[in-house]
Design a protein around this ligand. Structure first.
Ligand SMILES: *Cc1c(COP(=O)(O)O)cnc(C)c1O
Length: 346
């Protein structure tokens, strides 16, 4: 069968990904460094990410749920995969068959795991995010009796900011974890690594910064963009002063101008926040987005460019710039990337 052409391309830089993980690993000092690969590797493609990082020496992969765990379970030893969202009654069969360990988050999940025979597991302590995990008032020693805990973890709520909550969570995690037998302790995400050695414990769990996200200044210069986006130019037209562009006519041409329509829209994760604010490039020339983003299409100002139908246009997806343009977080930008891209690793 002929391969179907797609007018939309994600270029993924494998060496930038591995380099970012290595930077985070070095910044983690003596602690081992894992990788959060949930949400399909933050939208990049979990399988390729796991293969690359595994080769680079990463031996702990964090996913959100059991479907995500099974989707990578042929790539690495199962003891290297941890399921962050825990284990529901419906997950016990998948857990037993795969040998993959859950992160137990509540007294009920702990009871369920013990009743199902126990075995190696991880436990999340809630030190103040109040999301998932055993809270300080629930953490009596008897609860953990008989568990084979590998990783005892907690999660920081505000590590991207310099606020007293970070130190409070760090010391509460120290206090809570002191009496609980485990193989390894883990607290820091990407931003937490940059808070210093007191936050590293035995294992760190970066996600966003592996994929080029910059949440704190410390490593900003050392991390590089992994994802670039290109869309094909589908049509070009010349408009008159006063003509309007796109749904809702939110852009009105101030002069006669040439515009072009490219093959990316909000269904691809190029969300409406980019309307009249995003920008593209062609041979280094800036092409501002004009009008509202449609489901499958975006219109750009071609006044200063000499491109034509069929040419490839670079969409500015530099994470901090695109975040400022769209109002989306760097996490949202990556995890919203849709399924219509050709994902091209090089
Ligand atoms: C997503 C997640 C991480 C990774 O966080 P980043 O901010 O992307 O580095 C680490 N730990 C837990 C529990 C998570 O849910």
């Amino acid at each position: 069968m002929t391969e179907i052409h797609r007018p939309l391309r994600l270029n993924l830089d494998a060496s930038a990904l591995v380099q970012n993980w290595t930077v985070l690993s070095q910044a983690s000092g003596g602690a081992a460094t894992g990788a959060a690969v949930k949400a399909n590797g933050y939208g990049l493609g979990a399988r390729e990410v796991v293969k690359l990082l595994s080769r680079a020496g990463c031996a702990d992969f964090f996913v959100a749920n059991w479907a995500e765990a099974l989707a990578i379970s042929d790539l690495v030893p199962n003891e290297q995969i941890a399921v962050l969202n825990g284990v529901q009654a419906e997950d016990l069969a998948a857990a037993a068959e795969s040998g993959i360990a859950p992160v137990l988050n509540s007294p009920l999940q702990i009871a369920r795991w013990k009743q199902a025979g126990g075995g190696r597991c991880h436990v999340m302590l809630d030190s103040g995010i109040n999301r998932l995990g055993i809270g300080p008032d629930q953490a009596d020693a008897a609860l953990f009796d008989g568990l084979q805990i590998d990783i005892l973890l907690s999660h920081l709520a505000s590590a991207d900011e310099d606020v007293p909550q970070n130190a409070r969570q760090q010391s509460l995690f120290c206090a809570m974890s002191a009496g609980i037998p485990c193989q390894r302790r883990s607290l820091a995400n990407s931003a937490g690594i940059q808070l210093g050695a007191d936050y590293h414990f035995d294992l760190t769990r970066p996600g966003i910064s592996i994929y080029g996200g910059i949440e704190r200044p410390e490593l900003a210069d050392a991390l590089s963009q992994v994802v670039t986006v290109e869309a094909q130019l589908l049509q070009v037209r010349t408009l008159k002063r006063g003509d309007s562009v796109g749904y809702g006519a939110t852009f009105v041409c101030p002069n006669d101008m040439r515009v072009g329509t490219i093959a990316i829209g909000y269904a691809d994760g190029y969300l409406r926040g980019f309307s009249n604010r995003g920008r593209c490039f062609a041979n280094g020339v800036v092409l501002p987005v004009v009008g509202r983003i449609s489901m499958d299409l975006t219109i750009v100002d071609l006044s200063n460019a000499t491109v034509g139908e069929g040419d490839w246009i670079d969409v500015d997806f530099h994470l901090s710039t695109a975040s400022a343009q769209s109002g989306l977080s760097q996490y949202e930008l990556l995890t919203s990337l849709g399924s219509r891209f050709t994902r091209h690793w090089s």
